[in-house]
Ligand binder design. Structure first.
Ligand code: ZN
Ligand code: ZN
Length: 130
């Protein structure tokens, strides 16, 4: 259904379901991780996430007790996150998806802490936090 990969192509994967819970997160952590104004992320169930290649090329960064972020150790692309409080899902960084994404973005979150140079110019619902 969807195919994704990191910038260098080492990490490649398929998603076998629609992407759910799509948000644009403007929090300060997402800014650091992405190196830009916000992150766009969505969920798939773990059983619907399939590696084609590069699982061993991912490096895990344990950000806190709940969250691990996984990025390509060759090119640095952020690929996914795993949350201990949502163990059945993999949270995908949607910039890694190669196809057009059909599911709509549900909301902007953490707009209360967005960068002053981050101008939101669409009509998607905004939340100051979650
Ligand atoms: Zn890579
Ligand atoms: Zn965030």
């Amino acid at each position: 259904m969807y195919q994704g990969q990191c910038l260098c192509g080492s990490v490649q994967f398929k998603l076998h379901q629609k992407i759910t819970d799509i948000v644009m997160c403007h929090c300060s952590e997402c800014r650091k991780v992405q190196g830009t104004a916000f992150a766009t992320n969505g969920n798939v169930r773990n059983e619907n996430f399939e590696f084609i290649s590069g699982e061993n090329t991912l490096t895990e960064f344990k950000e806190n007790a709940n969250k691990s972020r996984f990025f390509c150790k060759t090119c640095g692309s952020p690929v996914m996150a795993k949350l201990k409080n949502n163990p059945d899902h993999t949270r995908i960084r949607l910039g890694t998806i190669t196809n057009d994404i059909i599911e709509p973005i549900e909301k902007h979150i953490f707009t209360g802490s967005k960068a002053n140079w981050d101008n939101i110019c669409d009509n998607v619902t905004q939340h100051k936090e979650w």
